[in-house]
Design a protein around this ligand. Structure first.
Ligand SMILES: [Mn+2]
Length: 360
């Protein structure tokens, strides 16, 4: 951690030693602005060294603001679905993650070359180049620092760095909750990138437009909201996979209510139940909350997990998915989730049993 003497120079040497085969930058999860901005920064470095690099992702872009970012900046990304799609590449670069996406099997010939990330890794990855820092709010901050310290500085060589700088700036902005959690390094990186950004694109993606479906889902969660003491629970009903981020969005929004400090929002997405927990109370540990409420699946893997202030869970619908009546299904899902959450928030069950409170 802290300031490594010349990580940028080391990255340059590692990239220069791997010019014999094309590179792939594989984004994990649903690509977010920090991942996209970092991937663009990495691709730019590869290209300056004469190496071809492709940005790939497995899961779809899920927020409309992310789709807008990709569209407005014309971000070149390909969606891959199986191993055969990756066989043409020799080297793998991971940005904003230290382990590759688990939903795709990688060809053995693909060599993990670089890892640049700001999350705590479960184990230190083995790669030619590793730069993992916990004292920055975004991976784009690390790439901005390489540039500022002399590795392909922005604006040099008469190149148009606007789209890359804009995506990186937005990556830092979103990963730091609009700079509320920005570290000095994030502010410094943003200040470095700002003159190269396209102001109009930045303000357009900064609007964070929502799809109509997401907004309706957030609306349903507000109608469904139940509050017991300082805890709130709500369901969005069913949302499409493309709009599943309506669930954490609703949780973030409800957490702003002044009389609560912890909220759990859930919904049905395809053939599973998806949920998000948000808390502003230090004594609530989201990972422990998830564990106590939902436990493990039959292979011993927990249904949910979390970090200091947020958590999530995914539970397959299993036999419930055969319910043909959607209203019945949603009612049963709600019952199951509430029962489980009552293990952690017992008042929820008591409230249910009170007369006069009937479920819809
Ligand atoms: Mn990030």
């Amino acid at each position: 951690m802290g300031h490594q003497p010349d990580k940028g120079g080391e990255l340059e040497r590692v990239l220069a030693s791997a010019t014999d085969k094309p590179h792939v930058i594989l984004l994990g999860g649903h690509p977010d602005p920090d991942g996209i901005g970092s991937a663009l920064a990495h691709k730019r470095l590869c290209e300056r060294m004469g190496v071809s690099a492709t940005i790939a992702h497995v899961l779809p872009l899920s927020r409309s603001e992310n789709r807008a970012l990709v569209k407005l900046l014309n971000v070149p990304m390909v969606r891959v679905s199986d191993m055969a799609d990756l066989e043409q590449y020799g080297y793998l670069a991971l940005v904003d993650a230290s382990a590759s996406e688990t939903s795709i099997k990688l060809p053995e010939s693909l060599k993990l070359l670089t890892v640049v990330d700001h999350h705590r890794p479960p184990s230190v990855p083995k790669a030619g180049f590793v730069d993992i820092r916990h004292d920055v709010g975004a991976t784009c901050t690390i790439y901005a620092e390489y540039a500022e310290r002399g590795l392909s500085p922005f604006g040099a060589e008469g190149n148009d760095d606007g789209p890359v700088a804009t995506a990186m700036f937005f990556g830092i902005q979103t990963d730091t909750d609009d700079f509320a959690f920005g570290t000095p390094a994030d502010f410094r990186a943003a200040a470095y990138l700002k003159p190269f950004c396209d102001a109009e694109t930045l303000s357009r993606v900064g609007r964070r437009t929502l799809t109509a479906e997401s907004m309706e889902a957030v609306g349903r969660s507000l109608l469904d909201l139940e509050v017991v003491r300082d805890f709130a629970i709500a369901t969005v009903g069913r949302v499409s996979a493309n709009n599943r981020d309506a669930i954490p969005m609703a949780a973030d929004f409800i957490l702003r209510r002044e009389d609560i400090d912890t909220v759990l929002v859930f919904g049905v997405v395809e053939d599973r139940i998806d949920g998000s927990l948000r808390t502003s109370r230090a004594s609530v540990d989201p990972a422990l909350f998830m564990q106590n409420a939902f436990g493990d699946d039959n292979q011993g893997r927990p249904y949910g997990g979390g970090r200091a202030d947020m958590g999530g869970f995914r539970i397959p619908l299993g036999l419930l998915s055969e319910t043909t009546n959607e209203t019945d299904l949603l009612r049963m899902v709600k019952e199951v989730v509430q029962k489980r959450v009552a293990r952690v928030v017992p008042e929820l069950e008591k409230k249910k049993r009170e007369p006069g409170k009937s479920s819809d």
